[in-house]
Design a protein around this ligand. Structure first.
Ligand code: MG
Length: 277
């Protein structure tokens, strides 16, 4: 759980877990826990859990408004998530260059600070808006809805949302996207899917990035994919390299399929407007 921004599902609450363990251990504890302290801690834990539930419920409302708008306009939206340094922005730049003239698109960039990534995306030829989350470690649906309004999205277009580099908190926050796409680079550990299962469970596609570096690394790509599918058997996987271009054709075809499906499944909004919160 992230105590800074209040996100998370509460299962990793250190205070709550320690509390339960202490109560189970009873007399075996090497220190005394006063009943009043335990009760106060329990109240705090239950308040935090309630806050989290309220936060996620509020987020889900905004996410549904975003999804209704995107569906009405035939816009295919992807939420790109990964650890910092996985190569998301470089991959986006290559994707934008490859789709130039074929597919209208726009980008929402999420980072804690700086608009460096949005500047890279604009330099590649796509409209982009940066969201700085400050101390927050994820994008939420309200921020994305506001960014969508500012971007003035085209009908039947592609919206790429680069989330803050973090494999934990963004898993819990629906932004109204069609799919979460998780990027795992071969410079990370093969066991990332086991360490951060929520994200790999929430994603529909995994891009195994920087595959051009495989000959120089002790990274078992097959094992990484096996771990990811142990968490999510339905997970699609594309081995890719923004540098060499390997896998790009398959990734672009996956995007184009999604865009075609979004246009075919377009549900006109009764209000005709954006309907965003
Ligand atoms: Mg980036």
């Amino acid at each position: 759980m992230c105590m800074t921004c209040g996100c998370g599902n509460g299962q990793a609450l250190i205070g709550g877990q320690a509390l339960r363990q202490q109560r189970k251990a009873g007399g075996a504890l090497r220190f005394r826990v006063h009943k009043a302290d335990v009760q106060a801690a329990e109240v705090s834990v239950s308040r935090i859990v309630k806050l989290e539930q309220d936060l996620l419920a509020k987020n889900n409302g905004y996410a549904e408004a975003n999804r209704r708008y995107l569906s009405a306009q035939g816009i295919f939206a992807l939420n790109l998530v990964s650890s910092p340094g996985s190569g998301k922005t470089a991959l986006l730049v290559k994707t934008i260059e490859a789709l130039h003239g074929q597919q209208p698109l726009a980008v929402i960039e999420g980072d804690q600070q700086t608009d460096n990534d949005a500047a890279r995306i604009r330099a590649a030829g796509a409209p982009a808006i940066q969201i700085n989350t400050g101390k927050g470690c994820h994008l939420d649906a309200q921020m994305v809805g506001q960014a969508m309004q500012r971007l003035d999205l085209q009908d039947d277009s592609l919206l790429l949302i680069e989330n803050v580099g973090n494999l934990v908190c963004p898993a819990s926050f629906d932004l109204g996207e069609a799919h979460k796409v998780v990027i795992l680079s071969v410079t990370e550990g093969e066991d990332k899917p086991l360490k951060y299962p929520d994200m790999f469970r929430a994603a529909d596609l995994m891009l195994l990035n920087k595959c051009d570096l495989l000959p120089h690394l002790d990274f078992d790509a097959g094992l990484a994919i096996e771990y990811a599918r142990r968490i999510n058997p339905e997970l699609q996987v594309i081995r890719i390299s923004a540098t060499s271009g390997a896998g790009m054709a398959e990734w672009l075809e996956w995007i184009k399929d999604g865009c075609r499906n979004a246009v075919a499944a377009k549900i006109p909004s009764p209000a005709g407007g954006r309907g965003l919160g």
